[in-house]
Design a protein around this ligand. Structure first.
Ligand code: 5GP
Length: 218
């Protein structure tokens, strides 16, 4: 608790995120992603960091496509009581398949977001992308089941979720959460307007990973 009685936020530093990406990378390499789909804004920076750890010499970088989703609360009222009756995901940006020439059929697709909170956003992303796969597979006379989806989040909050992810992700080991955390508010560095204070708080809370340095970079 803070002095004002507010629950303490969990402060996460850029170093922490970089090292969580490094730590999870070997597991994600085993999934062999052909394409990364980053959910913006929170998935963008982890996706870019992770890609550095997936790079294999002599192979091109895994391509990152961006989608932007916003979660709106539908507020309804019963009498004078305000209650939350649901949530609605709004697509602000999606993949332009014609322009990008992205073909999802037969690919291993890794979806990245920063946090799995109620799971609503991830559920929406996976279900909509699966519809795109069905359409693309149909037009090519191919099998949509040849596409495999994986999910990577930095933090999975331990709480009842409002939506599910399919077994083909959850029961195949293709759901990658760098950390499972209690249901507290996580403060990410890209939201901070005082990164020095933010980083100090993250260090105080001892949230950093500190993997040993293994290479000498130029
Ligand atoms: P969902 O409830 O759909 O799993 O999460 C929706 C979005 O809410 C996330 O992508 C994230 O942007 C935001 N969100 C949920 N919990 C947190 C949190 O603890 N910290 C921050 N910064 N954003 C969160």
């Amino acid at each position: 608790m803070t002095s004002s009685g507010e629950p303490e936020k969990m402060y996460i530093s850029y170093n922490n995120i970089h090292q969580l990406c490094q730590e999870i990378a070997p597991k994600i390499k085993a999934f062999q992603p052909d394409l990364i789909i980053a959910i913006g804004g929170g998935g963008f920076i982890p996706a870019r960091m992770l890609r550095s750890f997936l790079k294999e010499p002599g192979h091109p970088n895994v391509r990152i496509m961006a989608i932007i989703l916003s979660l709106y609360e539908d507020i309804g009222t019963i009498g004078d009581q305000i209650e939350q009756v649901g949530t609605q995901v709004v697509r602000t940006q999606w993949i332009d398949y014609n322009q990008s020439k992205i073909d999802l059929v037969g690919k291993n697709v890794l979806i990245i977001d920063e946090v799995d909170d109620t799971r609503t956003t991830l559920h929406y992303a996976v279900s909509e992308l699966k519809k795109d796969v069905e359409q693309q597979a149909k037009s090519q006379g191919k099998n949509p089941n040849d596409t495999k989806f994986g999910v990577f989040v930095l933090h999975d909050k331990q709480k009842p979720k409002r939506a599910d992810l399919p077994d083909e992700i959850m029961k195949t080991g293709n759901y990658f959460a760098a950390r499972t955390v209690p249901d507290v508010w996580i403060a990410y560095p890209w939201e901070s307007t005082d990164i020095v204070y933010h980083t100090k708080k993250a260090l105080e809370q001892d949230n950093d990973v500190f993997l040993p340095s293994t290479t000498q970079e130029d």
